[in-house]
Write a protein that binds this ligand. Structure first.
Ligand code: 6PG
Length: 249
């Protein structure tokens, strides 16, 4: 794994750098493999990136007709609910670009049986990689991090962290009194590129604990993300990078 940690001055610079990276990776994936498989992150941080991708020049230049869009996690809610990761991406991006509906792979957070929904999504991912010999390799997998070091819906102390074969699981999160659908570490770590976006001072402690862990400190879930044969890029604004040693904007 190669690790890049650019530190950017402002959230706007972070969004622009992220949009350029999405553009670069999507264009290369389509050139080489004829398709780009992209997994979107949830939460609020990526909203600005998604809005930028819906604007010029990205809107005109991204290969929408060869882009398969997935989600790295979803809350136990329906697509029209305010805290749906799908809805955030739909409002910010998908409703504004010519992405064929069949290329939008939504996690069914509204399912009565989230275990079955996870199994179906696992199968949907595998079907999107007909040539895969092992774990499917997303061309680009976007992640955020929480102040507690979680990523996707891999929260500290939750069973999904120990999953070593399924691509997607329904993960009980007692701290939130809910169950969420999430991609697992085997799938995340198979990606060709993982891009982590973190902005704001409230992420600085988690960023340091992940990128510059203290000796003997408990590993945050996001610290378990190491693409085995891929590239990991952290895009941080100066606030989120505020506690890192030797990082210059
Ligand atoms: C989610 C995300 C989650 C998110 C972090 C950061 O469903 O909430 O997948 O992992 O990326 O919690 O969230 P913010 O971007 O809102 O700070």
């Amino acid at each position: 794994m190669t690790l890049d940690v650019p530190c950017l001055t402002t959230p706007d610079a972070l969004e622009r750098a992220a949009a350029d990276l999405v553009m670069e990776i999507a264009s290369e994936a389509v050139r080489v493999r004829g398709v780009c498989r992209l997994a979107l992150a949830g939460g609020s941080t990526p909203r600005g990136l998604y809005e930028r991708l819906a604007e010029s020049p990205y809107r005109e230049r991204l290969p929408w007709s060869a882009l398969d869009v997935f989600w790295s996690d979803e809350r136990a809610v329906g697509p029209s609910q305010r805290d749906s990761n799908y809805r955030m991406a739909f409002d910010a991006l998908l409703s504004k670009v010519p992405l064929p509906p069949e290329r939008v792979h939504r996690m069914r957070g509204e399912a009565a049986n989230l275990g079955e929904a996870a199994g179906s999504y696992d199968a949907e991912i595998r079907a999107a990689f007909p040539d895969a010999t092992g774990t499917p390799r997303f061309d680009l997998l976007l992640l955020g991090i929480g102040a507690d070091g979680h990523t996707a819906s891999l929260f500290p102390g939750t069973p999904a962290l120990a999953e070593n074969s399924a691509l997607v699981v329904a993960n009980p999160v007692p701290r939130l009194a809910t169950t969420r659908l999430t991609m697992t570490l085997p799938l995340i770590n198979a990606a060709r590129t993982v891009l982590v976006l973190a902005a704001g001072a409230d992420k600085a402690d988690a960023v340091r604990s992940i990128l510059q862990p203290h000796e003997g400190a408990a590993l945050a879930p996001a610290a378990l993300v190491h693409p085995h044969h891929g590239r990991m890029v952290w895009l941080l604004d100066t606030a989120a990078a505020g506690l890192l040693a030797q990082v210059t904007p």
